[in-house]
Design a protein around this ligand. Structure first.
Ligand SMILES: [Fe+2]
Ligand SMILES: [Fe+2]
Length: 300
């Protein structure tokens, strides 16, 4: 079911004052949504409770996962002919490769941003919370793998050049970094929204596991939807135009690094959908728990 509210494009214009008010509003939302920051553990109290709830109710598979060895062989780098892998294995290694980029990105950003005690401005506090939410997503992705008995997934570094880019990126001045940060969030939500229906197709014979994957992904999507609005809120008119301009290039570059993508996703359609993104296709039950900037909602 989709929302009865009318949404505007995420690329809609906004004033500096609206953006300041929205940061304050987003910060209130974050505290209520994620709870207290557990800085040394890169975690948040509400996120921890949700993860524990998933772990307390493990899912029963109809059949044991068949390609465990193939999964571990291909998870970091696809080495087998994809035609020899079943769709479950291929989709799980695809998810890992996407999430691995996120893990490397947030690890670099965590090292480059002030800790919470030194965060004076509302945007510094938001940044720290945002990264802790991203780390909680890594745990939720891990839980997806654990659903299939894949309990030994390690998050590993990318190539030295890619590592350098991810370490350099958060050190850029905010105005330069913001369009790139916004587009990566947009890329995330497009990936998750396109991943969601794939679970029904690929895991049709494992209904319990399929429902668990949807539930884990919903937790991530609720946060990521809020992150899009939050990162959008850093952008003035030039930033928003520049973001739209770099969207096709960044999507193509990013997804070209994941060979599994072409077996499941239409990148050109994701680019078109990203440029037209306005929250309208997001179901109510996700939107109700998430956050949207005030200037992306049409006046009643
Ligand atoms: Fe993320
Ligand atoms: Fe995010």
């Amino acid at each position: 079911m989709t929302s009865s509210k009318k949404y505007l494009s995420v690329f809609s214009p906004s004033t500096a004052r609206q953006r300041q008010e929205n940061f304050e509003n987003y910060w209130d939302f974050s505290l209520a949504h994620s709870g207290e920051l557990l800085e040394s553990e890169q975690d948040l109290t509400h996120k921890r409770v949700k993860l524990q709830a998933f772990k307390a109710q493990p899912v029963q598979l109809n059949q044991p996962f068949r390609q465990t060895e193939a999964f571990y062989r291909n998870v970091v780098k696809l080495v087998d002919d994809p035609g020899t892998l079943d769709r479950k294995t291929l989709l799980l290694t695809c998810i890992y490769k996407f999430a691995r980029h996120e893990w490397v990105g947030i690890t670099g950003a965590w090292a480059a941003t002030p800790n919470f005690a030194s965060s004076k401005s509302v945007t510094d506090k938001i940044s720290r919370y945002h990264l802790a939410e991203e780390f909680s997503h890594t745990r939720l992705f891990n839980e997806m793998f654990c659903t299939f008995g894949l309990n030994d997934v390690q998050w590993t570094a990318l190539t030295p050049m890619q590592q350098l880019v991810y370490e350099f990126f958060p050190k850029l001045p905010e105005d330069w970094m913001s369009p790139f940060a916004f587009v990566t969030e947009l890329m995330g939500i497009l990936f998750y929204r396109n991943l969601d229906p794939l679970f029904d197709e690929v895991f049709a014979d494992e209904p319990e596991a399929c429902a668990r994957l949807h539930a884990l992904l919903d937790e991530i999507t609720i946060d990521e939807l809020a992150h899009i609005g939050q990162r959008r809120n850093y952008l003035g008119d030039f930033g928003i135009r520049f973001s739209a301009w770099i969207t096709p290039l960044l999507f193509r570059m990013f997804f070209s690094d994941i060979p599994e993508i072409r077996h499941f996703f239409d990148v050109e359609k994701m680019i078109a959908d990203a440029l037209a993104f306005d929250y309208a296709e997001i179901p109510d039950y996700i939107l109700e728990k998430s956050w949207v900037p005030s200037y992306c909602v049409a006046a009643a």
